[in-house]
Design a binder for this molecule. Structure first.
Ligand code: NAP
Length: 244
């Protein structure tokens, strides 16, 4: 039986792993270990970095992996480029599951920026009370600003991390429209900073911002490696089925 490694850390990866387990293929899932209590961890899940391209290549060889599916978050580019390099070196078939980016519609008020640092720069003019949803690792980029932040995270920041002034809120998606609308109103938010993650789990805040006329500073997607791509778990399953 062939063996597939799914690089995860997303809801799409969990859905894919669950669906793949119904196929005649041995499924392994890899998580970076960023979340303290990850969901959907099974005996087939390994946790932690591989040690760059060399470490990943060694893992793929030692574990006799036949197929690689990169279902990591669209902003997790280091692991995606490492996966591309390791798969190329070994001649392994590799697929990327990349959910489509959110698209701005005429009722939205977005300012699109290239990266998180540019998002911080974009706040200097008018923002006073900002809903920051970029994850705990990049909070430090906003700490120098004279702005109040509502920061939603899955886990607390590291002990020595620089945290902007404001309120830390711990919660894990999916989030619904009613509660997002309520949150924005309750904390009198005037601006949201979001990565263009795509998908439905965190989209309600974008709809709520649209309804309430709140500005969204939207961090654009970084580039991903060249290679075969699908947009959802269903299509990744079709790819997998065609390879086994
Ligand atoms: P990254 O910058 O692309 O990766 C940094 C390093 O973390 C990689 O070089 C690798 O370490 C390790 N790594 C990342 N994903 C891994 C995986 N699935 N399995 C094993 N090692 C992994 O990634 P990141 O932005 O820190 O994100 C870490 C994880 O969180 C990703 O798996 C991603 O799917 C998930 N995530 C990220 C975001 C985001 O906004 N970036 C949001 C939600 C979820 P080695 O070089 O030692 O192998």
């Amino acid at each position: 039986m062939k063996r597939v490694l799914i690089l995860g850390g997303t809801g799409d990866a969990s859905e894919l792993a669950a669906k793949a387990s119904t196929l005649p293929v041995e499924v392994r899932v890899s998580l970076a270990g960023r979340t303290r209590e990850p969901h959907n961890v099974s005996e087939n899940t390994r946790i932690g970095g591989f040690g760059g391209v060399a470490g990943l290549t060694t893992y793929l060889c030692e574990q006799e992996i036949d197929l690689l599916i990169d279902a990591t978050h669209p902003f997790a580019t280091q692991i995606s480029f490492n996966a591309a390099a390791a798969a190329a070196e070994l001649g392994l078939p590799r697929l990327m599951l990349v959910r489509p980016a959110w698209q701005q519609i005429p009722q939205d008020w977005w300012q699109e920026v290239e990266n998180v640092e540019a998002a911080a720069d974009a706040l200097t003019e008018h923002a006073k009370r900002v809903f920051l949803t970029v994850g705990r690792q990049q909070l430090g980029s906003f700490a120098h600003l004279d702005v109040w932040f509502l920061m939603r995270l899955i886990d607390p920041p590291e002990e020595n991390a620089t945290v902007p002034k404001g309120l830390l809120l711990y919660n894990r998606g999916p989030f619904d429209l009613t509660s997002e609308r309520q949150l924005l109103t309750q904390y009198e938010i005037d601006t949201i900073v979001s990565k263009n993650s795509g998908g439905s789990a965190t989209y309600a805040k974008i709809i709520a911002a649209r309804e309430l006329g709140i500005k969204v500073v939207m961090v654009k997607r970084p580039s991903v490696p060249i290679g075969e791509q699908v947009e959802d778990a269903e299509s990744a399953i079709s790819w997998l089925a065609s390879k086994i």
